[in-house]
Each structure stands twice: as structure tokens, then as C-alpha cells.
Design a protein around this ligand. Sequence first.
Ligand code: NDP
Length: 446
Amino acid sequence: MKQIIDQFIADVQQRNQHEPEFMQAVREVAETVIPYIVKHEIYHGKNILMRMAEPERVVSFRVPWIDDTGEIRVNRGYRIEMNSAIGPYKGGLRFHESVNLSVLKFLAFEQVFKNALTTLPMGGGKGGADFNPKGKSDGEVMRFCQSFMTELFRHIGPNRDIPAGDIGVGGREIGYMFGQYKRLKNEFTGVLTGKGISWGGSMIRPEATGYGAVYFANNMLATRSNQLEGKQVVISGSGNVAQYAAEKCIQLGAKVLTLSDSSGYVYDPEGLDVGKMAFVMDLKNNKRDRISAYADTYPNVSFHAGKRPWEVPCDVAFPCATQNELDQKDAKQLAYNGCFCIIEGANMPSTPKAIKVFHKHQMLFAPGKASNAGGVAVSGLEIAQNSLRYSWTREEVDERLQAIMTDIHDSCVTHGKEGDHVNYEKGANIAAFVKVADAMLAQGVV
Ligand code: NDP
């Protein structure tokens, strides 16, 4: 088996040189899915996983814009349309200086599997630009978004490709891009998700990824007759996903001890509460300031510059910042400190070696493609509401989100059960693979 997997990886590697993040994501899937393919004859001779590892289309384009001093700046924009076997391409846009082809292809590849797990009819895609919105004025961000959409609009559409937010792309950026699309096409359609409530957005969309991850955590804990209430929780990040994961943990009676950003983490031994969360949301979403200001404001809180929060003893950990932010050393430290449950809010935050540590210690480990699928699931519900020209209530959307997270959890258990233990990584990969692969087989060699 190892030989088959290694040969497959070598073949993919050969035509994707210098794309480490993409290869990491492909390898992680191949290691669990190839043994399944070998056992199931309908997939033999179809080269199905190789087809999945090749994007249907990659668009790369120049994004020129003018900054506040009048200087002309240039960034590179992308859209990866990875797989449309089960629905139109769907996936976020990331604006961050680290964006490149490898990062977006890994995210698009993961997105195909994630979207399949949601039970909704969505293919997978991802896009973005190497643009850093940090420190830019609203005017600069608007001009960038307008220039970005002036090219992207040709490639997307409500029945073709429906982008959303991701790192660096929140409500403000979606608004500017939606405005430009509408202007260029003279159409008011659900071409982007994560829209404002008064112009086609869905209730619970901003909360959905974080809330969904917490619902998934409770489903996992229930398999060990446990729950989040009373647990000590460590969270990384302080953006969209981290904020709402923290909010829901607090609502469910867990104690949230940390948040972080790229400059370091804050440790609050008394735990965050509703008032402190309001401070964090204002700090990050309106003032666009650093998380260290939390430690300057509240007593007994410490700021740990340049460090990640995994050294803080906890029961449950939610990595919610970015890829490869939790390595083997961190995983060993978490296990040593008694942490027994890791739920990925971010995409691929744990390195392959960290995941091996989780499995070795039989910790409950939820891969992002399963546990952070709540965001795209509610994006799917936003598309449905836009098509119906109707809005569901907060309670209706939340109920659907909870049901979807339970479905995803159950699919992972079905395909990932190994004796008494559930390998959620294997379960998620196989459940999603079966859905996408069967659709691809039915549609012929396209
Ligand atoms: P945001 O931009 O709102 O927040 C990102 C957070 O991560 C910030 O606190 C940021 O700190 C931190 N961060 C970013 N890069 C690094 C880094 N290299 N090292 C340490 N911290 C870093 O993004 P989201 O919350 O939307 O996304 C977070 C993760 O969740 C991403 O992996 C994303 O792909 C994933 N995700 C998001 C979904 C969504 O609905 N938004 C859906 C599914 C997955 P700083 O401000 O200092 O940069």
C-alpha cells in the first residue's frame, strides 16, 4: 500500500513542483483514501484521485490599484476552480501577503471535500490575492476590491462560482466586491456569500464557522459521554472563526483561556466572558488593533509575544488562525498537559507530525474539512435563501447548522470507526471522496 501511495504522490508532485502546502493536503487525503479505493473495484482504472488533484481551471490576474499617496500598486489575484462535480464552485477569498498558488490550491482541494460533507450541492474553489489589508485605509481597501472584482467578475456567477470570505476578507471587503460586481453586470444576484443582512446575507453566517466547530466538538465529546460545559479551552486566532468559537464555548459553559494573533497570545486565567468578548470584537473588527491590547485592558491577563497558546494547559484546543500553526512539539505539549480533544477551526492548522501525535494518544481530533464546514454550510443556506428570495430567522438557520454539523459528524463516524476509536480524518476524507467520486464517475471523463 505504501508503495502505491508513494507512487501517486510522486506523480502529483512531478507536475506541482514548489507547492508544499498543496502537496501536504493531497498526501493527507491520499493516505486515507487510496486504501479505500484499492478495496472498492468501482474506482479501479478511473484515475479518479489524480483527476481530483488537478484543478478544473486556474485563473491568475493582475490587480492594479492606487494607494492614498497616489502611488500605483500591483498585486496578483487568483481563482482556483477545483471541482464542480456536485455543484457550482464554492469557497472563500483570502487577502494576505502569504497567498500564492500553493496555498490557494491546498485550500481549494480541501474545500471540495468539505463542501461534499455539508450534504449541500456545492463544488469546491478558492481564491484571493497577495494583498495585505492590514494598515490600509477603507478607501485603499475599496479600490483594491473594485480592481480585483473588475477581473474576477468574468469567471464567477450565481450558477458558476460563488466566492465568500476568508482570512482578510470580511463583511467590509465582501460589500465592496459585491458593489463592483453589481455595477459591472447590472444584476443583483447571490454571487457572493457573507453579504450584509439588509442586502441578501444570511442570519448566522458570520458566526457559522466558529459555532459549527463548537457544535462539532460537543458531538465528538458526546461519543465519550462528555460535553464542553466546565472544560478549559484554548483558542488561537482572534478573527472571525476564533471570535465565534469563543462566544459559543462561553455560552455553553466552557472557560476560554486564550486568544492570539500573529504577534502573540493573551492568557486570561479567569476566562473570557460576554463583556470581554465584546471588547475583543470591537478591537479586531472596528479598531483593527492587536490582541495585546486585551492584556493592557484587563487585570491578571498576560501577553506572550511571538508565542502560540498551545503551552497553556487545557482540556480542549481550537486552532482557529492559519495553516501549520500547531506542530509536533505543540501537539506533544498539549497531550502532556492533558488535552484530549482538538477541533480545527482553521484550515490545516495541524502539521502531519502533530496529527500523528493526536492519533498516537487516541485524542479526539477533528480535521478542519469536517469541523469548520459550518461556514460554507451556512453560505449554502444563503444561496438557497437568495434563490427563494426569502430569509430564514436566526433560529431556523442555527437549527439547520446544528443538524448539518451532526450529519457531518455521523458521516465521519460511519467511515472512520476503528474499534472503539474514531479516526475523524479518515472518516471525513472517505465520506467526501465517495460523494464526489461517484458524481464524477456518473458524468464521464470531463
Ligand atoms: P480572519 O482574517 O478573520 O482572522 C485570522 C486570524 O488568524 C487573525 O487573528 C490573524 O492574526 C491570525 N493569523 C493569520 N495568519 C497568522 C499567522 N501566520 N500566524 C499567527 N496568526 C495568524 O480569518 P478567519 O477567522 O476567517 O479564518 C481563520 C482560519 O479559518 C483560516 O484558516 C481560514 O481559512 C479558516 N476558515 C474560515 C472560514 C470563515 O468562514 N471565515 C471558514 C472555514 C475555514 P493577524 O490579525 O495578526 O493577522
